[in-house]
Design a binder for this molecule. Structure first.
Ligand code: ATP
Ligand code: MG
Length: 453
């Protein structure tokens, strides 16, 4: 089989081998070549020591930040190539790098430190493979298998637990049985892993094609860093709207959402407050009154604990908070919600509602799903026509209100909002002339209270 190694990566391999060192492509790029997918970056391993590597690339721009760990980054036409000396490594107690590394002279030793067989294959310039752990066969079989004894490997670095789940979700691979067992048994190792590292893997996992299956099989792993998920995983919902328990509903909702991080996080967390809100009526039907607000609060805490950025956290919390709100299928309400949330969040909310519906008893919600489609079309039209749905779209502004005789201060805002209400309700067109006339007219009216006395 011939593989397309791009000329720049070939050049780097040649520069090293030409100087008498061994050099191979390694890790994700080899895995992706074997899967028939174009790699997104090219990592190289070499027998050259870092200072020797640097000498091979005199005249190139070099980034030395990884030097202590044996990594020299060479920039070829602005593109970074990480070249790492064969090494073994100590534990990762900080967030990114192993505590110490030791340079070694054999490729096999370097490959043995790597996490999974599919990531422990080296490829030479001529396309030949060095694959001591049978990674190519595992790729063909779609299997994720630890290099060496799984339990030991997860104990060395707990992050590998999440990496296994992430690769399984993204690649749609199965996790080999012994590796899977060791994941469950060593999930507590995640306690020693920095939140930022877990965050990166979780984000990739959630947008993977096989996320549903992973959530179904490994809720215990997620509970390790988000214990709040525990009660949702076991939640029963005896309610005609729901054909599944809390966790299975969540899984269906996550799967039904587009592969977008905000939407997938929202679906994962939208019902997190349900267990705390559960009540059962005299007919034995379960209710979850007020759960969106409780879910929003919990979701905010969970996202904060896993160090999500403010923008992501705030948007997910908003979507969770409103996921169950009833928006009437009328232009006036759509304009109002567009104005209240802004178009981006409004369209996201429609996706959230659709995904939530897909996780419920389909016969009961199919009309609602069709209605959501109609609302989406209406909202798109409103936005495309540049129709007014918020104060900034109104054809008059604060200065106009003041010119009409309103004293500067909070009253200006009240008057503007009053006009917006009338535009949203279709009582006046969003045209400057009509709005100014309405303003002048309302100024002529006697203040409330004096009328007719
Ligand atoms: P991606 O496509 O996400 O970049 P990748 O396999 O390249 O996948 P990286 O995190 O870029 O993943 O790591 C590069 C390589 O380093 C991996 O293929 C693997 O061989 C090794 N590696 C990375 N993290 C670990 C780890 N925690 N334990 C062992 N080996 C690791
Ligand atoms: Mg990579």
């Amino acid at each position: 089989m011939r593989f397309d190694i791009p000329p720049k990566a070939q050049y780097i391999l040649q520069a090293l081998t030409g100087a008498g060192y061994e050099a191979y492509l390694v890790g994700g790029c080899v895995r992706d070549l074997l899967r028939g997918v174009e790699p997104h970056d090219w990592d190289i391993c070499t027998s050259a020591r870092p200072e020797e590597t640097e000498r091979c690339f005199v005249g190139h721009r070099i980034i030395e930040t990884g030097l202590k760990h044996g990594t020299v980054t060479v920039l070829e036409d602005g593109e970074p190539y990480e070249i790492t000396t064969y090494r073994t490594e100590g534990p990762y107690s900080d967030s990114r790098r192993p505590d110490f590394v030791e340079f070694v002279s054999s490729l096999e030793t370097d490959l043995a430190r790597r996490d999974f067989t599919m990531n422990a294959i080296a490829m030479g310039l001529d396309g030949s493979l060095r694959d001591p752990f049978g990674g190519a066969t595992d790729i063909q079989a779609g299997l994720i298998r630890c290099v060496g004894e799984p339990a030991c490997r997860f104990q060395e670095d707990g992050l590998r637990v999440m990496r296994a789940l992430r690769f399984a979700a993204v690649l749609g691979y199965k996790i080999e049985e012994k590796t899977a067992r060791a994941i469950h048994e060593n999930r507590h190792m995640l306690e020693h892993v920095a939140a930022e590292r877990i965050n990166v893997e979780l984000c990739k996992l959630l947008t993977g094609v096989n996320v549903g299956e992973i959530l179904r099989q490994y809720p215990d792993v997620l509970c390790q860093f988000w214990s709040q998920l525990g009660p949702l995983v076991t939640l029963e919902q005896n309610n005609p709207w729901h054909c599944w328990g809390g966790w299975e509903h969540t899984i269906h909702a996550v799967e039904a959402a587009p592969a977008d991080l905000i939407l997938r996080l929202t679906m994962l967390l939208h019902d997190i407050g349900k267990p705390a809100c559960k009540s059962t009526d005299e007919k034995g039907i379960d209710h979850f009154y007020g759960h969106p607000a409780v879910s929003a609060k919990l979701a905010g805490e969970m996202l904060r604990s896993l160090k999500f950025d403010n923008k992501t956290r705030e948007r997910v919390v908003t979507l969770v908070e409103y996921h169950d709100v009833q928006i009437p299928n009328r232009e006036r309400s759509i304009r109002k919600w567009l104005g209240c949330l802004g178009p981006e969040a409004f369209f996201q909310l429609l996706e959230v509602k659709r995904a939530d519906g897909m996780g419920q008893a389909y016969d009961l919600v199919k009309d609602r799903l069709a209605e959501l489609e109609e609302m989406k079309a209406k909202a798109e039209e409103i936005v495309a026509q540049g129709q007014c749905f918020s104060l900034k779209d109104l054809a008059v502004n604060g200065r106009d209100v003041i010119s009409a005789g309103v004293a500067p201060g909070p009253e200006v805002g009240r008057v503007l909002n009053g006009l917006l209400e009338q535009v949203l309700g279709g009582e006046i067109p969003n045209e400057r002339k009509a709005l100014l006339e309405r303003l002048a007219f309302s100024r002529l009216q006697p203040p409330p209270g004096l009328n007719g006395r």
